[in-house]
Ligand binder design. Sequence first.
Ligand code: PAF
Length: 282
Amino acid sequence: MEIISNPQELQTLCLMLRSEGKKIGLVPTMGYFHEGHLSLMDAARKQCDVLIVSLFVNPTQFGENEDLDAYPHDMERDSILAEEHGVDILFAPVRDDMYFDNHSTWVEVPDLAANLCGKSRPIHFRGVATVVTKLFMTAQPHVAVFGQKDWQQLAVIKRMVRDLNIPVDVQGHEIVREDSGLALSSRNVYLTEEEKAVAPNIQKGLQKMRDQVAAGESDAAKLKQDLAAFYAAAIPGSIIDYIEIVHPENINILKKVEDSALCAVALQVGKARLIDNLLIKV
Ligand code: PAF
């Protein structure tokens, strides 16, 4: 496995690989790999000749009071794991190589970024869309694989690729969970033992909501209220950022669950902001 930090060097190499007819797969990450990241690498590996994983904690997607400086990292461990999972190139640029001091070009997908995480993290998706565009231009992938835990991020990237005619097949990969049901996240390291014991109730609550829908409840306000009450009891001390039921593709808020709907939640549990979701099909 080759480690490249210079974007220009990666781009030159990838343009050459493309001209040789090689199929390139990209898994964009912010590092501190867990089984979720590794499953994305495995999924991409099966479909391409050259697998590139980017490891870059992108500053432009973090708000002022967020955990940019505390974001966990372990480059040595990540490199070993990437190599074990068949990664050909680990692209690990430094901030100054990715953003010029006077960087002034942004990619925005406002329609899809207005709700859910976009509401409490107003600059987040602008940062994500911009860095993913830069990664696509640099790594020239045919296929890029993202986790469905960040469902809204995936929807934003799919819309961006469609709107800007970017020739990348953007694929979503199912959420990887601990046996307890807790969705894997690099931010789970912030949880104390006590918090980790109750955090699986995030997914349990979503499943209860799905059962309620299966039993005939379709009123989104009632479903959200019941889920909030469940979280207050089952995850004491947690702060709900949002509980929303939205259209899975356009992320518009739904009043009734009549067809396919995505229930997405974000909770602050101690120092960790945890997100999760469940697709409900009526
Ligand atoms: O999901 C992430 O880890 C990041 O948002 C991404 C897509 C790598 C962009 O920085």
